[in-house]
Write a protein that binds this ligand. Sequence first.
Ligand SMILES: [Zn+2]
Length: 225
Amino acid sequence: MQTTNSTAPRPTRPVRSGILTLLAILLGIVLAAALVGLVLLSVTGWLRSPDETASAQTSSVSVGSDVTSDEPPQTGPLTEADGLIPAGTDITAGADLPAVTRLDPALRAAVEAATAEATLDDQPLYVTTGWRSARYQGQLYDEALATYGSEEDARQFVATPETSTHVTGRAVDIGPLDAMYWLLEHGPDYGLCQTYANEIWHFELATTPGGTCPEMLPDASHLGG
Ligand SMILES: [Zn+2]
């Protein structure tokens, strides 16, 4: 029974050493590939940092925001995360609410500076609306559409989420009425201008500090840019 095995030449040794050599070669190739991979990884890692890493983190951030995790939910009732200002609350540009923290930083700084001067003039100046989420603006527009019946009429009073400067953080509505008149007079010192003739409360950064404000547009449906 064992005759075949015992009489036949045993080719195991040369075969085994051949396999071992092959394995050694394969192992060498795998190790070399891993080494090349590591080198490539560290080189690309170098190339990416720090600028690319930083821009990758900030690319989805909207104007005036330095946090991405605070994006408002797309369903449910509107909250402060949408830029809602709780009813009966008088907030200033310095408040810690998304309505003002998500404003364009230059606009927010200008309104804060103007508020400080207004306070010295014994004139309270509050932000009644600042930044708004697109969903918030969309609801306001839908309400205007229901009230005025046509898109043409609704757009004279409420901009769409696509055109609203509140959604981009580049507009504030202020109050009370006396503060609107105060800012109409003193706003240009800070670059702040009333931009729509039919919205005495609506201000944007529209000139250089101390400059002259551009001519007002009749209403929000006439977007100059
Ligand atoms: Zn406004």
